[in-house]
Design a protein around this ligand. Structure first.
Ligand SMILES: C[S@@+](CC[C@H](N)C(=O)[O-])C[C@H]1O[C@@H](n2cnc3c(N)ncnc32)[C@H](O)[C@@H]1O
Length: 269
């Protein structure tokens, strides 16, 4: 996979040399190219921002440097990339979107600073290629570089051969399939007792079926506790009779449309 990142802070992307992404680069699984936007700003100060039309505080990133940068990058590769524009006003970045992006051969990220990029840049490239405006959460950061680090790591670990154990991301929280609307439950390793705390007996039972059921029950418990909105939106067709039993025990019941909601008057465990 090829990844281009255009930024005014190339040094902010240094962590892409470290750990899983760094190793994937070294192995040639990821071709990461970091570009300094100011190389496409031609005045004496390499200016990339200007005052906003309509007034107000803050500055806006000028369209010309972005246009020249993106034209050059788009012309430098085979086929068309997906352009990912980090912005708090974008669609939420989810595991599902990470999976979708991991199947693309080429992604171009455009992390902004100031109040963002002149709208016409998004429109111009939206007419030419697949442009996604994406938010990593309901908060505002000073720039899009940290969101790029987040998104690249989430996408890269899904690429074949990047994680040591290819199956490990299939059981993750939010993983498409059985975990799509669930959080992963707790995990344990050796020693069997630490500071007087043991581990759930079932995990050393050697009974794979019981372990799988316990893990799924724990996933429901944790989702109930931390993200009940996921259970509310889940497709009930994904729930088997054991899932329904644990949901009932946690105070959930199916409504007329089959979807689960908190049972009225249910007592919290
Ligand atoms: C200060 S923010 C601009 C915020 C913008 N005025 C707004 O309210 O939507 C500057 C840049 O940081 C990045 N950014 C900030 N928060 C983000 C988030 N939650 N998700 C993705 N990118 C974000 C974007 O690239 C954004 O253009």
């Amino acid at each position: 996979m090829r990844l281009d990142v255009v930024t005014i802070f190339p040094e902010y992307l240094e962590p892409l040399n470290v750990s899983l992404v760094g190793k994937a680069r070294a192995r040639g699984q990821l071709d990461v190219r970091i570009h300094d936007l100011r190389e496409w700003a031609h005045d004496k100060h390499n200016t990339v921002d200007d005052t906003p039309y309509g007034g107000g505080p803050g500055m806006v990133m000028k369209p010309e440097p972005w246009g020249e940068a993106l034209d050059e990058i788009l012309a430098s590769g085979e086929g068309e990339p997906v352009i990912v524009v980090p912005t708090p006003s974008g669609a939420p970045f989810t595991q599902q979107l990470a999976v979708e992006l991991s199947a693309k051969p080429w992604l171009v990220f455009t992390p902004a600073r100031y109040e963002g990029i002149d709208r016409r840049v998004i429109e111009e490239y939206g007419d030419r290629v697949d442009v996604r405006e994406v938010s990593i959460g309901d908060y505002v950061l000073a720039g899009g570089e940290a969101p790029v680090l987040v998104m690249v790591e989430a996408v890269a670990r899904l690429l074949p051969g990047v994680l040591g154990n290819a199956a490990s991301h299939q059981d993750d929280s939010f993983a498409p399939g059985a975990m799509a609307d669930l959080l992963e439950g707790p995990v344990y390793t050796k020693p069997p007792e630490w500071r007087g705390r043991g581990i759930p007996e079932v995990l050393v039972s050697g009974h794979h079926g019981k372990i799988a059921r316990w893990r799924r029950d724990e996933a429901f418990r944790r989702t109930d506790l931390n993200r009940p909105d996921l259970i509310e939106r889940a497709d009930p067709a994904a729930f088997d009779k054991h899932d329904r039993a644990i949901l009932a025990a946690l105070g959930w019941s199916a409504g007329e449309d089959g979807r689960f909601g908190r049972t009225a008057g249910a007592v919290e465990e």
